[in-house]
Design a protein around this ligand. Structure first.
Ligand code: NAD
Length: 343
């Protein structure tokens, strides 16, 4: 596919390439408001791979922001460089690139960029959200949204949204996974956990939260009520689907379902799925508020708790239509992008 054909297929408003640093900013859609999406630093194998990634990620941000009920569009920036070679000048140049959108694009941290890099970007542009001194770390809000989404799944499965006594397997005890584990433990769930490298988090989960540890690849076949992926994307795929003994999948990781076929196969196995970009929207609800109003933590929490209702609605519509939950979620978001947030 040519680049132009690829851009047409994704339906973007604008793609801009920047010469001062090797960067691409993809503005997917601004129907609902200025577009928000982070700045990713990645050593792409080719320019084409970078373009594909930024197109996919920016469209994903339009879906995530619309589904979260935010008056924001979707965009993303990528800097094509080795993360070990990052410099302040690189981010200052990225800030100048952001300025060329004159307020239509707000950037933020993303993979391989952190608050320090955001401070460099802030030297040259004001269009940055998720500032350390305003909304701060998004992870606790993401974890709250995932917890609420899990309660909605429990309600749908069992008629009660209590997680007491439910067996929940968490993959990844990072910023979100560990905070989620604490909330679930407090609410009486039985935890099964794995993490590939963070021994300290594992020790804490086992000793303080009473979690059972399993080997990394054993997490998929744990006999449990809910599998909560909080580490990697694409973990629902042709290899893992036959292994699952869970009744539902609900976690923080992005792009959990490998492809459309995997979504269909999961549905055929009767395993419920809380769509990733809906259940993990707490972080962007927190940071995104900076782009359209004065930051207000209470309002943020109110909107994060609404994830419960949206997840429940996705499960209901999937049951009624027979379509996978991920398909329902994309249709829901695209309808809002076309017709407004009340749609
Ligand atoms: P993190 O980097 O803090 O934690 C991820 C953890 O997963 C790490 O401890 C890592 O060692 C572990 N891990 C990696 N591969 C693993 C494997 N194969 N098996 C077990 N553990 C493994 O990341 P985070 O901020 O907690 O985010 C977790 C996921 O949620 C990511 O996919 C992220 O994209 C997504 N997400 C995060 C946020 C947020 O606010 N932080 C928002 C939306 C989505």
């Amino acid at each position: 596919m040519t680049n132009i054909a690829m851009i047409r297929e994704f339906g973007h408003e604008q793609i801009a390439y920047f010469n001062n640093e090797k960067a691409i900013i993809a503005l997917h859609n601004t129907n609902l408001g200025p577009a928000v999406g982070g700045c990713r630093l990645w050593n792409y194998s080719s320019e084409e791979a970078a373009l594909f990634d930024v197109l996919r990620l920016s469209r994903g941000m339009s879906h995530k922001n619309a589904a979260a009920g935010l008056p924001l569009g979707g965009a993303k920036g990528v800097i094509l460089a080795d993360p070990s070679q990052k410099t302040p000048e690189m981010f200052e140049a990225f800030g100048e690139a952001v300025n060329t959108f004159m307020g239509k694009y707000y950037t933020a941290e993303d993979v391989n960029t952190d608050t320090k890099d955001a401070d460099y970007i802030l030297r040259t542009t004001d269009y940055v959200v998720g500032r350390a001194d305003v909304s701060g770390d998004p992870s606790p809000f993401t974890a709250i949204g995932v917890f609420d989404g899990i309660r909605a799944v429990a309600k749908f499965m069992n008629g009660s949204d209590s997680v007491e006594g439910l067996k929940i397997a968490i993959q990844g005890l990072g910023k979100v996974g560990l905070a989620l584990a604490e909330m679930l433990c407090e609410a009486g769930a039985e935890l099964i956990v794995c993490n590939n490298s963070n021994r300290e988090a594992m020790k804490y989960a086992v000793e303080k939260l009473g979690a059972k540890e399993v080997a990394r690849d054993a997490i998929y076949s744990v006999d449990c009520d809910i599998f909560a992926p909080c580490a990697l994307g694409a973990v629902v795929n042709e290899k893992t689907i036959p292994q699952f003994k869970c009744k539902a999948i609900a976690g923080a990781a992005n792009n959990v379902i490998y492809d459309d076929a995997a979504g269909e196969a999961l549905k055929a196995r009767g395993i419920l799925y809380a769509p990733d970009f809906i259940i993990n929207g707490g972080g962007v609800i927190n940071a995104g508020q900076e782009a359209f109003t004065t930051y207000d933590k209470e309002k943020v929490l109110e909107q994060v708790h609404n994830i419960y209702n949206v997840v429940y609605r996705m499960l209901e519509e999937s049951k009624e239509t027979g379509k996978p939950e991920g398909v329902i979620a994309t249709e829901f978001a695209e309808n809002r992008i076309r017709n407004g947030l009340d749609a």
